[in-house]
Design a binder for this molecule. Structure first.
Ligand code: NAD
Length: 334
């Protein structure tokens, strides 16, 4: 039987999810929702989707729907997820999972009560280069990783519209781009828990009530220290989205561009692995794999990873960072 899925949101990222889902033979996209009905109808026409709506109300209680992909402004992630979970649907939530750690905990409570699945769109976990670096770190090749630096920065560019409104987005560049860098390094390090967060966060470029500049220092429970930088409109970025430098006691690993630099006597040797070529940095294949995995989880009833736990860790780090930036103090998480 086909897995029946509805897309909630018909904007930029829903296109990636629709293209991904359409490669899967055993999936049917049954409906699409946009705030603007005309946009929903255009999207439905483009992907041959039967139904288009301008709100979720008629979909929530339908029993011919297995799951939804929620790709709306962040403010609606938690309330929509909760509505669908309470009505027996599995939920894929775009990053960030919600606009606060408390929202994440509420989603988890409802998902557990109703025995439904939640996946969160931390999609760098489905990228080949990221997996290569994770495997390399896991194998011990570069020794104990004591320091990392990760980037979620847009160079000379920044989003507009709802992304720059605190009420709708929850936060600025940290909630938008920083979360990619945070989850990517957590994945590479083998999913440690955050122990402490210190952050400096500010607004340097726009007339909006969200941040466009952030520096975080995260201490993980395994002792590794991670610097995370988030930003929009910066005149320079040290690497593209999720780019991460990992400093180990035996060598160095770099994600985007992806290479290893090993200590060798008094010098170093650089190796560039042969990995599949990518068309774009945020390549469609990453999102397609993500959908393939979500549908597999729906069929086999396994809790997806990244899911509730991974989404929650990111929200807790983001909350702690905003708190630290406000108080000037380190925030302890364990
Ligand atoms: N993983 C990634 O690479 C990635 C990239 C971009 C965006 N995102 C995330 O995806 C989500 C959507 O971002 P986007 O760039 O597609 O935004 P967008 O503005 O392009 O699209 C948002 C869509 O949501 C719809 N919408 C707005 N309010 C709604 C409501 N109340 N009910 C139903 N639909 C509503 C809009 O009509 C629009 O179709 C965000 O959470 C964002 O953080 C993830």
């Amino acid at each position: 039987m086909k897995t029946r899925i509805a897309l909630i949101g018909a904007g930029f990222i829903s296109d990636y999810h629709a293209r991904g889902l359409q490669t899967l033979a055993d999936v049917e996209i049954v409906a699409v929702v946009s705030k603007n009905l005309e946009n929903a109808q255009k999207f439905a026409l483009k992907y041959n989707i039967e139904e288009a709506f301008n709100d979720i109300s008629s979909l929530v209680k339908r029993d011919d729907l297995d799951a939804v992909i929620i790709s709306t402004p962040n403010q609606f992630h938690a309330p929509y997820a909760i509505d669908f979970l309470q009505n027996g649907k599995d939920v894929f939530l775009e990053k960030p999972m919600g606009i606060s750690g408390d929202e994440g905990r509420k989603i988890a409570e409802v998902a557990k009560k109703h025995n439904q699945l939640v996946m969160v769109g931390h999609m760098w976990r489905f990228d080949t280069d990221t997996r290569y670096i994770r495997d390399t770190v896991d194998s011990g090749t570069i020794g104990r990783v004591f320091k990392t630096k990760g980037y979620g920065i847009h160079e000379n560019w920044g989003p507009s519209g709802w992304f720059t409104k605190k009420e709708l987005a929850g936060g600025g560049a940290l909630a938008d781009m920083g979360v990619h860098a945070i989850d990517a390094v957590r994945y590479i390090l083998g999913d440690p828990k955050p122990a402490k967060v210190y952050a400096r966060i500010s607004t340097e470029f726009g007339d909006y009530d969200v941040d466009d500049t952030g520096i975080l220092v995260i201490t993980w429970d395994n002792g590794t220290e991670s610097i995370i930088e988030s930003g929009w409109w910066h005149p320079h970025m040290d690497g593209p989205e999720a780019s991460t430098s990992l400093f180990g006691t035996k060598g160095y690993a770099n994600l985007f561009p992806t290479f290893l630099k090993m200590k060798d006597g008094e010098g170093t040797v650089t190796t560039v692995p042969e990995l599949p070529k990518r068309e774009d940095h945020c390549d469609q294949i990453i999102y397609t794999r993500q959908m393939e995995y979500f549908v597999d989880c729906i069929k086999t009833r396994q809790q997806p990873v990244p899911g509730l736990v991974e989404g929650q860790m990111v929200l807790d780090i983001v909350d702690a960072a905003y708190k630290s930036a406000k108080t000037g103090q380190v925030v302890n998480l364990i």
